[in-house]
Design a protein around this ligand. Sequence first.
Ligand code: ADP
Ligand code: MG
Length: 638
Amino acid sequence: MATTDKKEDASSQPGEPVRFQAEIRQLLDILVHSLYTRREVFLRELISNASDALNRMQFEMLTNTDVVDAQVAAAVRITVDEAGKRLTISDTGVGMSRAELVENLGTIARSGAQRFIENAKETGTDASDIIGRFGVGFYSVFMIAEEVRVTSRSFRPTDEAACWVCTGGESFTLESSDRRQRGTLIEIKLREEAAEFADAFRITQIVKQHSDYVPFPIYVGKQTDKPGEFKIANQQTALWRQPARDLKAGEYVEFFRQLTFSGGDPLLHIHYVADAPVQIYSILFVPAKAGRDLFTARYESGIRLHARKILIEENCRSLVPEYLRFLQGVVDCEDLPLNVARENVQSSPLLGKISRVLGRKVVDEFKKLAVNDGDKYLGFWNEFGIFLKEGAATDPEAAGDLMELLRFRSTLDDAVTALAEYVLRIKDERKEIYYLLADDLRSATRSPHLDYFKRNGYEVLLLVEPVDAFLMANVREFDGHKLVNVASGDMNLPPAAEAEDATVEEPLAGRDLARLIVKFKSQLGTRVADVRDTDRLSGSPVRLVDSGGAPGREVQRAMRVMDREYEQPKMVLELNARHPLLRSLVHLPEPSEILDLCVEQLFDAALLLEGLHPDPAGIVPRLQDLMQAAVGKAAPAA
Ligand code: ADP
Ligand code: MG
């Protein structure tokens, strides 16, 4: 058989096989040869394509009346032939020209195909359930079909009808067709083991379960029925236009599933209707999990924009503030001019208004949840909290509102805390909220900057996510309390509480201290901005703080997150004059190899604790030298 990899166009000979694009071939191979348990989803996919085609037709007819079958009603029709084990699905949508059939159903490379294949390998049998999300839903028909014929006539009067035929192998063929009606007809010869789908009752059930909210009538009937005997199987309701009080929780869940091609439950739904400043009907969902693409710039919005029920845009980005991009759902706007070109929708000032209204409403709902159901809110926070932090860091208008919703780890215990809770726990007149920025919780809890605060019983928030630096660079107070970084060198703090154990030794002073500082300075040279003593440390021998003119810690950290090459400003090394180690160092007779090694090691350890060490593994050889120096001379010769 003469097959070819080159792209075929409308001029190919009738009946000549056209080879599928490579990934599609693999995809088909998987779909044909796997035993899927939920094969009925093929119907949802074909109906969803029909519905898309009908939507596009409605949209086209807003501005163009020179189309085939201008008067025909928008509908989907499913016919079953039990005896012949056949099933047909037809629609009166935009249809496809011959060239479009070739491209859409076989030769255009689609990124989703590869992603579906990977996913199918991971998840096995359930993968068929989510195929629609990968933009290759049409091919799911090959889970149940022996042969598929797609006959289509485009709405453009000059385009001829054509027919695409495939038996699930590596290629398809094209035939000419004399179809006169606009739209697409899909004829399926069912496989032996899929004969159950040639049953009107079964098909009606599947439609109700998976496609109930498709906004066009889906007629189901037997081949022998007269046209008037076909019955509408779906509700076709615009759920978002019904009063929330009339809807049951289960209906939202079903709608969510149909909208997202998934079997899961949403975490939360928000059904919101507003009259001013814009008239909108909307249902927004918080899904159970944040999709991975949300963390990339090319994320796909899960919110559909309708204007007076007509679908204008499937993945509309500008309907909610960007930090709420995890929301999915539908927004139906009465005020959007219907003749607006699709490209201009995104830039319509109306969308900005909608986004502000919805943003406020959603944040309000989150606040209610936080108050009424703390556990559920925590579940939400664990999955989506990072987006709210992003919002507070980037959206000055929303920041005030969002601060209430933020949760942080703290030195208090393992649970997260709200800022308001922290403030309630402040026992004295203090007007500060203390926080520490670190790379992770474990290094945070070991930070020398906490010494003073632990000793005084002051709670410190531990901020360990990259976004925290941006957050703290932008938000400087909460409810009249200043947010203060415990790593800043120049804080005015009351003297540290006396340690409980009286064993604490007298600090180094006078000449001893001066000598030690000189030693550190001369050895570390330009690697530090300065060396000085501090009374803020207790358990830790040294720490690094910013020198006077340096940009704030938050800014430095944010710079490091954004730019790997960012050069850290030199820092000040502070010495704990009470620490036994430093006290002993003073007594080492100079020159001392151990003293040199200790100075290096203390500096390195301080860098490590700040998460600033450029070469942590480089510390190991010196540690060995130190051990050698400690035992070496005492070790007896073999
Ligand atoms: P998706 O629907 O996500 O684009 P599919 O694999 O389901 O992916 O469909 C591929 C393409 O084939 C559609 O984007 C559309 O262009 C075309 N198509 C499929 N079914 C129809 C139909 N009934 N009417 C018109 N075009 C269709
Ligand atoms: Mg589809």
